[in-house]
Design a protein around this ligand. Structure first.
Ligand SMILES: Nc1ncnc2c1ncn2[C@@H]1O[C@H](COP(=O)(O)OP(=O)(O)OP(=O)(O)O)[C@@H](O)[C@H]1O
Ligand SMILES: [Mg+2]
Length: 284
């Protein structure tokens, strides 16, 4: 059960076919704000007092070396690993995200390269999978096909031959596109993409990055986890860098250059004089 400070009921489920929306407060208050979020697994402290701002209409690259805590942070936002400590604010009000259902009802969608879709189902079935809780609004096949088609078209996804083909027959980039389209169709406000281009070739990577830009143009907040600095510098507006579970730097990407991002990722600091990072945090 998702609770707010005002003990409001869980947010209503999003309606199909809708599009994205901007942040409630004209972009001043970030859509999602994490403050002092910590998470441990037994003796392993995965996150130490992490602060993170995710504004609507912007792409934030979440960077860090292997084991830095990127996936744990993503799963914390997705409700898979609720934090041990710290606060999460959604559109300015504190929320407790304790399950994937809580995050979905806020409008948070997480896309994993391999786990996002069911191979044996076709595109339409995948895009409507797991929304049974919405029944009451029963959609017939024709309507589902139309909604799936319209959403893919709105994202300029044109390479899919038939929306009735099993997802197993799609390329990695097409699968990623379907997973992202699903997020858009269900009116998500925040989409988290964990290594969306890791397994993709050049053309497919371009397609996914184009898609990321379109999500942003639709007003969504997007988080892209990537080890690939080319992707980061091509698509991100902001960057947040984790080092051994600590958020060591975050701010507008224009305040960083590639070397400073690499420095922060590998050592947790940077002596390079770029423009001073807007919100450069060093937490103990
Ligand atoms: N379920 C778990 N149980 C115990 N330890 C975990 C669990 N999940 C993650 N960890 C630990 O938390 C730390 C952060 O892991 P995480 O998966 O977030 O890294 P990452 O930044 O996503 O790395 P990569 O780039 O390799 O995907 C690691 O030390 C990892 O071993
Ligand atoms: Mg990871």
């Amino acid at each position: 059960m998702l609770m707010t400070h005002a003990e409001e009921p869980t947010g209503s489920a999003p309606a199909p076919g809708g599009q994205a929306l901007a942040s409630a407060s004209g972009g001043v208050e970030p859509l999602l704000r994490l403050r002092g979020v910590s998470k441990h697994f037994g003796a392993v402290q995965a996150l130490f007092g992490v602060d993170l701002d995710l504004p609507a209409g912007e792409v934030t690259a979440l960077c860090g070396d292997n084991g830095a805590g990127k996936s744990v942070l993503t799963k914390t936002i997705a409700g898979i690993y609720p934090p041990d400590e710290g606060a999460i604010f959604w559109e300015g009000r504190q929320v407790h995200i304790r399950s994937p259902k809580d995050s979905a009802s806020l409008g948070i969608e997480t896309v994993y390269q391999d786990l996002a879709l069911a191979d044996n189902l076709d595109i339409v079935q995948n895009m409507f999978l797991g929304r049974e809780r919405l029944s009451g609004i029963f959609l017939d096949e024709d309507e589902m096909e139309r909604a799936a088609k319209d959403t893919l078209a709105s994202l300029h996804v044109t390479t899919v031959r038939s929306i009735r083909q099993p997802v197993a027959t799609l390329s990695g980039g097409q699968r990623q596109a379907v997973a992202v389209a699903k997020a858009v169709m269900w009116n998500s406000k925040l989409v988290l993409l964990d290594e969306p281009t890791a397994a993709l070739g050049v053309a497919q990577t371009k397609m996914v990055l184009d898609l990321v830009r379109r999500l942003k143009d639709h007003g969504l907040a997007v988080v892209v986890i990537s080890h690939n600095l080319n992707d980061v510098f091509e698509v991100a507006d902001r960057v947040a860098i984790l080092h051994l579970g600590r958020m060591v730097a975050q701010g507008r990407l224009s305040a960083f250059d590639r070397q400073s991002v690499v420095d922060y990722m590998t050592t947790g600091g940077s002596s390079r004089e770029v423009v001073a990072p807007v919100s450069n945090q060093r937490r103990g």
